[in-house]
Design a protein around this ligand. Structure first.
Ligand code: BES
Ligand code: MN
Ligand code: MN
Length: 455
């Protein structure tokens, strides 16, 4: 621990400078206009892996954005850790709500503000620096492989092909990911599950063209009104999701599991104050921790239609649209849920409109074991670095590739995230605390050490 601390202290400024350089690339995977920047970010990651001492570093092309691979095999008899992360980021809009520009990283109050600061550049880069540290201090205890992709934020469409084609190269004993949150530096935690996702877009069409709302209004159904009613009917009065069959496969936790989950520190008043809401909302019979961890949800991500420009235009629009996502829990299946939704949405459409449902990406829910060697190694590493044992929690977000690794490579994952829920992921003013970044770099070598010892 002393060696680790000394190395981190002596190199803190450089560790920050390098992360800041990485954050300057606007590697927005969703928008084709950033294709070159995404590529440049991948090249930068590859260069930094090489500088840190990795072998066989490659920027692997895919049908979309490239995947960066690198490895250090010290001894085939030693266990191998496969580090996964993503160098792509979410679009930065709405730009006007950022206090400083998203791709001009700025330090304020001990936090780095930039798109990707926490999700996931700041987090995967800790692994690159921890690797450099282990190389430089000759303390590598496990073989290490890096797979850093550039399409996580758009559904990892090409990762499956890459994994299937590279099973040998990716062979390992565990997948280690830092792309989730912990409760706080004072209350370290490890996420032991992630929700799945089914994302789709709906289009409701009424008349075959936009109409004068005075000439036709009152005699022809307005698709925006119809869509609003259909959407409102998707939750019942207890905020249960009213899609037949939706809950059929949901794994219910027993009383003891629910009690353990709710034992995590959580202050509802603080939560409300932070979000500027007077009351929480959600499925009847469940706590906020349960509603965001072990229960499935249905959310509207966007809704549009008709005239939304300046001033007023009297129009009865032809179409109305919405983007809808459902977060899934074990043992729900993303494709099954997409089908159930599509069938239900069609069935509740009145005959004066037609409905089109277009599925986007999805992903399966995942649970990670808490009785594995790797989980115990993560627990010990955190206990040593933070002075406290981590609390197991369930994360509300999704990292669909966790189930891919399990199915294709037969590997379990450890989610050792160092972010905070308040890091503004996918929002304006995303940030990552420098203290969390440095603490992560200190903790990761301990994971490798204990994973080798306990294996
Ligand atoms: N890192 C997040 C997922 C996450 C965030 C997990 C916080 C746990 C806590 C990841 O980059 C992400 O945003 N995933 C998307 C899904 C993906 C298919 C676009 C998500 O959760 O919306
Ligand atoms: Mn992420
Ligand atoms: Mn994300």
């Amino acid at each position: 621990m002393q060696t680790i601390k000394k190395y981190v202290e002596a190199n803190t400024q450089r560790f920050l400078d390098e992360l800041i350089e990485l954050l300057r690339f606007p590697s927005v995977s969703a928008d084709p206009k950033y294709k070159g920047d995404v590529r440049n970010a991948a090249e930068y990651v590859a260069r930094k892996l090489r500088d840190a001492g990795a072998d066989n570093v490659e920027v692997c092309p895919t049908d979309g954005h490239p995947i960066v691979y690198g490895e250090k095999i010290i001894d085939p008899a030693k266990p191998t850790v496969l580090v996964y992360g993503h160098y792509d980021v979410q679009p930065p809009d709405p730009l006007e709500l950022w206090e400083t520009p998203p791709f001009e990283p700025t330090i304020r109050d001990g936090k780095i503000f930039a798109r990707g600061a926490c999700d996931d550049k700041g987090q995967f880069y800790m692994h690159v620096k921890a690797f450099e540290l282990m190389q430089a201090t000759d303390t590598l205890a496990c073989n290490i492989k890096f797979m850093i992709e550039g399409e996580e934020e758009v559904g990892s469409d090409n990762l499956g092909t890459f994994v299937k084609a590279n099973k040998q190269r990716l062979a390992a004993d565990v997948v280690l990911i830092s792309d989730t949150a912990m409760i706080s530096l004072d209350t370290p935690s490890l996420e032991t599950g992630l929700r799945g996702l089914s994302y789709l877009e709906v289009e409701v069409t009424g008349p075959n063209r936009d109409l004068h709302s005075g000439v036709y209004g009152g005699a022809v159904a307005n698709p925006i009104t119809v869509l609003a009613k259909m959407i409102a009917s998707l939750h019942d009065e207890n905020n249960h999701i009213a899609i037949p069959g939706f809950y059929d496969d949901v794994a219910e936790l027993d009383a003891a599991e629910r009690k353990a989950l709710n034992a995590a520190p959580f202050d509802e008043n603080e939560y409300k104050a932070d979000l500027g809401i007077k009351a929480v909302w959600g499925e009847k019979g469940y706590t906020t921790i349960e509603r965001t961890g072990i229960r499935p949800t249905l959310e509207l991500n966007g809704i549009w239609g008709g005239y939304i420009g300046e001033g007023a235009k009297t129009v009865l629009p032809s179409k109305a649209h919405a983007k809808i996502s459902m977060r899934l829990v074990p043992n729900q299946d993303s494709d099954t849920i997409t089908k159930l939704f599509t069938k239900h949405f069609g069935s509740i459409a009145p005959d004066y409109v037609s409905v089109k449902v277009t599925p986007h990406h999805g992903g399966q829910p995942a649970v990670t074991p808490t009785d594995s060697t790797a989980y115990r190694a993560a627990e010990k590493a955190i206990e040593e670095a933070f002075g406290k044992k981590p609390i197991p929690t369930r994360g509300g977000g999704s990292i669909p590739i966790v189930s891919l690794f399990e199915n294709e490579l037969g590997l379990k994952t450890v989610l050792m995230g160092f972010g905070l829920d308040s890091d503004n992921l996918h929002s304006p003013n995303e940030k990552y605390d420098i203290a969390n970044y440095l603490k992560g770099i200190e903790t990761i070598p301990l994971f490798h050490k204990y994973f080798a010892e306990l294996s």
